[in-house]
Write a new protein. Structure first.
Length: 459
């Protein structure tokens, strides 16, 4: 009976692939596909199905183990998301949760996602070792006297897990039977030389050295070769690691958007208060000085920024990530960066996510770009947050549904006063003037934040 069910599932999957491709083609050519507009706007043609999936996951989870006659509906849903997060596409249950179908099991999906993240992190570290070997080899061929290697990724690599998953899944295309973490590792390891590159600069440096015989000091001039390691970015990997064609690249974009929609909980960032027209009057220059460190405040709905582009979106609706990092950088460095400038930087460096706000990696990446120390923190470490705020640091927090948002939203924690947390909320000047119980912040922080979140201690 098990073999029969597995065979039926494979048949359904093959039919589903054909149907999914038909839908994709129909949407691209402008043909009407039911009421898919809202989901398609958020996640491409595949986003419509992905958005519906999460809301009806209990029903889908039960259907997936039903007879082959009704398999096509959930199979079609699954095919419009990367199958890797379900542990492949040929099993209805996971060993991480044998009681519930995979689509109805947060435990199974998160176990698979964690396994993927662990694998990618490990291979990225191998990529770092590889680029350092290449640097040493390059230095040996120069006439330099000394070497310095600057590695911005020494504490943690900045990357986007969803992009890796999406590009790998798009590369497999119809070869769904062989989708697995081990297969993904094999492809990544083969292309690890493409993860990082380096830039070399020459510097003449002088040092004072004492002659051991005469005791006199003399100046020694040396030629230093200074190497800076550069993460090439997921967009680059589409060509060099996964070797995607143009159609697969479009599919990967849809897959990445769908993962954001499907996993939810703080990833889909938007402000329901902003409809594209109701910007607030310019706030002018605002600074909060009641905390341990003066904080420059920006509001994403300020008329100076709200209508400015964030990719193909706008800052007023989707720019809480860039606005939060504009607050941090302007407050903790000698450089003033406004939300529009930070949004442009985020877009150019690949941290904008179409229709979903920002990839979580924006926070540590922007901090590193402006030479600000950053470390991730979880809700289970409240004392770290309090100590950081009391010590003059800022903490970016990714909030899920609650007092600050009905979806997902980045805010900045800026200090502690009378045991309560002060914030700089780029979506609300009013909330920024209130003090908040720490338990509210901890309870409403996203439980599915990536890149070390949902809290990032900066400074």
């Amino acid at each position: 009976m098990a073999e029969q069910n597995k065979s039926s599932l494979s048949t359904g999957l093959e039919k589903g692939i054909s149907t999914a491709q038909t839908i994709h083609g129909a949407v691209k050519t402008g043909k009407a596909i039911s009421a898919a507009a809202k989901g398609a706007a958020a996640g491409g043609p595949y986003g419509a199905i992905a958005g519906a999936l999460w809301g009806s996951r209990k029903l889908v989870g039960k259907i997936i183990i039903a007879a082959s006659a009704v398999l096509l509906i959930p199979v079609l849903y699954i095919l419009l998301l990367p199958g890797l997060i379900f542990g492949g596409l040929t099993e209805s249950h996971s060993t991480a949760d044998t009681e519930n179908p995979i689509l109805n099991s947060s435990a199974a999906i998160m176990e698979n996602t964690n396994q993927i993240a662990f694998a990618i992190n490990g291979i990225l570290n191998e990529g770092l070792a590889d680029v350092q070997e290449r640097i040493e080899k390059d230095f040996a061929e120069t006439d330099g006297d000394e070497i310095e290697i600057r590695n911005p990724y020494e504490t943690s690599a900045v990357h986007n897990i969803n992009q890796f998953i999406a590009q790998y899944s798009a590369a497999k295309n119809a070869d769904f039977k062989n989708i697995s973490v081990s297969d993904m590792e094999k492809i990544l390891r083969k292309g690890k030389k493409h993860f990082y590159s380096y830039q070399r600069a020459e510097e003449m440096r002088s040092r004072t050295e004492q002659d051991p015989e005469t005791g006199q000091e003399k100046i020694i001039t040396e030629k230093w070769m200074v190497y800076t390691i550069v993460y090439n970015g997921e967009s680059y990997f589409a060509d060099t690691v996964f070797e995607l064609d143009e159609e697969q690249k479009l599919l990967a974009v849809d897959y990445a958007s769908n993962l954001n929609l499907f996993l939810g909980d703080g990833i889909f960032q938007y402000l329901v208060e902003w409809n594209g027209a109701d910007a607030i009057p310019s706030l002018g220059e605002v600074q909060f000085t009641d905390g341990s460190v003066p904080v420059v405040y920006y509001n994403q709905m300020d008329e100076r920024y709200a209508g400015k582009p964030y990719g193909t979106d706008h800052i007023g609706g989707y720019g809480c990530g860039p606005a939060s990092m504009a607050i941090v950088v302007s407050s903790m460095t000698n450089e003033t960066i406004d939300p529009a400038e930070m949004a442009e930087w985020s877009y150019e460096n690949g941290y904008w996510c179409k229709g979903s706000g920002s990839y979580h990696t924006l926070i540590p990446a922007a901090a590193a770009a402006w030479n600000l120390p950053v470390s991730g923190c979880t809700p289970a470490e409240p004392q770290r947050i309090l100590d950081a705020l009391s010590g003059g640091k800022l903490v970016v927090a990714l909030m899920s549904e609650g007092h600050f948002t009905s979806s997902g939203h980045f805010i900045v924690l800026r200090g502690v006063k009378d045991g309560k947390i002060m914030v700089a909320d780029p979506g609300s000047r009013q909330r920024s003037t209130q003090s908040w119980e720490l338990k509210i912040i901890l309870n409403e922080a996203s439980r599915r934040a990536a890149a070390g979140g949902p809290f990032w201690i900066i400074g």
